[in-house]
Ligand binder design. Structure first.
Ligand code: NAD
Ligand code: WQD
Length: 340
């Protein structure tokens, strides 16, 4: 059984990926410092797969501890690196926290890859690197735009660090640029656990429908789109998780075309905020209390992926619908409320 390290494996996307890795037959070791997750997630994963992954509570900013981990685990064949801080607004207020947590951690891991000859690396990047795109759908060779937040900048710099490292070493990397992940595992045993007031649309919707928030603010209906609200490419987290397994297998079987590859992970379909709201109401039968408010500063108007490269070269395609994603998010929200 191949042993794979998943950093941030108790987080939202990481936990769903651990499930898919275990289902495919990989042995998983998770590193997480629990800064944005909890040990309950470990139980959730184990309940789904019936196999407890190995877990190390470790802060990847601690270089010596990271080094010690790799000395004790000298049979790791690949790394999927999710661990990072991800709140865009917080990154504006605390840039150094973001540069340290999202870049130092990457550098320490890559140094260990070099020392221990670990050649297979998957990185969580983001469609945020495209900024406001010049044309739609967005292909992987669209220009990377100047970042509008320290968070976004960490993803751009991380991609540069990886590209430079791959050009002078045996390291092979696939950077996956996620569009907007939503939804939860069908069992409702794992899902998204936003800290404090959710910044993202779908957790805000489910919390509003559950009565935790009074009202959803729809940020703007005067954009140059059909209904005036912004457009995003919302992808089911389980589809996203499956893409990681496929990307890993591409590296392990040396099917990659170059040592540094980038793939968009989205559905290829754009949905407006109001379409998501309507779809939620239709799928769940819940009436959502919402009002239109001013635009949110920094929001891009419209982004959705060209998925041709991922479809053709990875052999991966998103399977699940918006309705399935929203139904699973709603089921998960209920589960969270029941247990709190
Ligand atoms: P998450 O916060 O749920 O998961 C990240 C996990 O990493 C958490 O469990 C956290 O405790 C852990 N972590 C953070 N810093 C750590 C450190 N120094 N040492 C050890 N563990 C640490 O986030 P997510 O939504 O699952 O995102 C995973 C990755 O995908 C991140 O790199 C994020 O930037 C990227 N991404 C997320 C989205 C999104 O909308 N969720 C979109 C694009 C890219
Ligand atoms: C989606 C749409 C909002 C909340 C962010 C990060 C990006 C990436 C994904 C990591 C937008 C609207 C939202 C609300 C609303 N993360 N909205 N009311 O902005 O596409 O991207 O998450 O890499 O870097 O910036 O996602 O979920 O915040 O917003 O009307 O209460 O919903 O204006 O149009 P976004 P989001």
């Amino acid at each position: 059984m191949k042993k794979i390290l998943v950093t941030g494996g108790l987080g939202y996307i990481g936990s769903h990926t651990v499930v898919e890795l275990q289902k495919t037959g990989y042995q998983v070791v998770i590193i997480d410092n629990l800064s944005n997750s909890s040990l309950d997630v470990l139980e959730g994963i184990t309940d789904i797969t019936k196999t407890p992954p190995t877990f190390e509570r470790l802060d990847l900013r601690e270089k010596a501890a990271v080094s010690d981990f790799f000395k004790r685990n000298n049979d790791i064949e690949g790394i999927i690196h999710f661990a990072a801080s991800k709140a865009v607004g917080e990154s504006v207020d605390r840039p150094l926290l973001y540069y340290e947590n999202n870049l130092n951690t990457l550098i320490y891991l890559l140094q260990e890859c070099n020392t221990h000859h670990i050649n297979n690396f998957i990185f969580s990047s983001s469609c945020t690197v495209y900024g406001e795109p010049d044309s739609l759908p967005i292909t992987e060779d669209a220009p990377v735009k100047p970042a509008t937040s320290p968070y976004g900048n960490t993803k751009q710099i991380a991609e540069e660090i990886l590209k430079d490292t791959c050009s002078v070493s045996s390291l092979k990397t696939i950077a996956l640029r996620y569009f907007n992940p939503i939804g939860a595992h069908e069992t409702a045993l794992i899902g998204e656990l936003p800290a404090g007031v959710p910044q993202n649309l779908v957790p805000f919707i489910t919390q509003t429908a559950a009565g935790v928030r009074e009202q959803l603010s729809v940020f703007g209906d005067d954009y140059p789109t059909e209904d005036g609200s912004c457009i995003r490419d919302y992808i089911h987290v389980v589809d996203l998780a499956k893409a990681h397994v496929i990307a890993l297998e591409r590296l392990l079987s040396e099917k990659n075309k170059s040592n540094y590859e980038v793939f968009n992970l989205g559905t290829g379909r754009g949905s407006s905020v109001l379409e998501v709201v309507n779809s939620f109401e239709k799928t769940t039968g819940e009436k959502l209390n919402y009002k239109i408010v001013d635009r949110r500063p920094g929001d891009v108007i419209s982004v959705y992926a060209d998925t041709k490269k991922a479809n053709e070269e990875l052999g991966w395609k998103a399977q699940k619908t918006m309705e399935e994603a929203l139904a699973s998010a709603w089921k998960w929200e209920w589960k969270v409320r029941e247990n709190s």
